[in-house]
Design a protein around this ligand. Sequence first.
Ligand code: ADP
Length: 394
Amino acid sequence: MKIICVNAGSSSLKFSLFNMEKEEVIASGLFERIGMNNSNSVIKYNGQRIEHEVEMKDHTDAVNVLFDKLISLNIIDSLSEIDGVGHRLVHGKDKYSDSVVITDEVVKDLLQFKEFAPLHNPANVLGINAFREKLPNVVMVGVFDTAFHHTIEEENYLYATPYDWYKDYGVRKYGFHGTSHRYITETLTNKLGKKDFKLINCHIGNGASLAAINNGKCINTTMGFTPLSGVIMGTRSGDIDPSIIPYVMEKEGMNANEVVDELNKTSGLLGISGKSGDMRDILAGMDERDSRCYLAFNKYCRSVTNYIASYYVELGGVDVISFTAGVGENSAPFRKMVCDNLECLGVKIDYDKNDTILGEFAKISTDDSKIDVYVVPTDEELLIARDTLKFIEN
Ligand code: ADP
């Protein structure tokens, strides 16, 4: 059984081809600069990285190139070997609480919800249309990044803004990274052999969000109407006072979109340090005693700690804290600082063990810690492939 998992951007297309019997990636790759000059394809297969400059004027071309390459590299013999396609979809608004078989209605909804994810939803549709053309009879499944947060109740998803903004315009918290939060929840459920536990999952990559999960159900998350809010991120500010926006508009002669663009692209670790939004550069800056890198790091960790503390109260205690994504899986100093900040809740980690864990599943808390702390690598593609398989089997 072979399933291809797709993440389509406006000028890019990422894929992973899975062998579902072994849940193994057979090949993966990235097609970039679609519709531009110098578009290129990278395919990883059998430990090799095969890169080509190839003209792709649209996503249909990219999908044609993808399958030509899969066949010419003998990764598959023919298109008939593909049993299903799983698409990573970003915004399902409050309509989609679970993964779905992609129909014309789903495509229509994605376009209708494009105001909520202008960069992502139309791009997702480009990917869907291209694969539908190439593989018209293959099951296609959509897995929404917002779906896992569907269980959040009104009291938590509503902003304290005029209620009509919510009713008339859909102004509310939606939450993102849902596929990752769900993958971690399911992985821990399997590994711990129990379903009923209170979990705070920290997905800390370039983008970052936390989710509070009670017995497998999400009850709150840090990202909101858009992925800009919540904790401090690589280049995003996280929560700020919205009155800053008109103030900076006036000072800098910018419009609102330009200020929001700065909050998305030049804030966070990058904004505070003035150096980089990449945690590795911030840690290197700290080694050189750069005070702004220290400030950025401390504030970043503090914002994660504060949300953990808030969710601890909201969940009525916590059994497990998990760290995932680029920073969460790989940065021991980040995990140490957040856990040290949580000492008053009885969190204790084994520093030596923490230092050795890079992108692998591990418990890093000590036996006498009041909360278990785990590092859990995320795998959104595998979850998308698993969901696709469920629809094929039913
Ligand atoms: P995205 O949100 O783009 O999917 P990732 O989850 O891949 O991001 O995380 C990327 C970030 O992970 C990088 O910007 C970097 O800050 C961080 N990162 C990756 N490896 C390390 C490492 N060894 N130490 C510290 N940070 C790391």
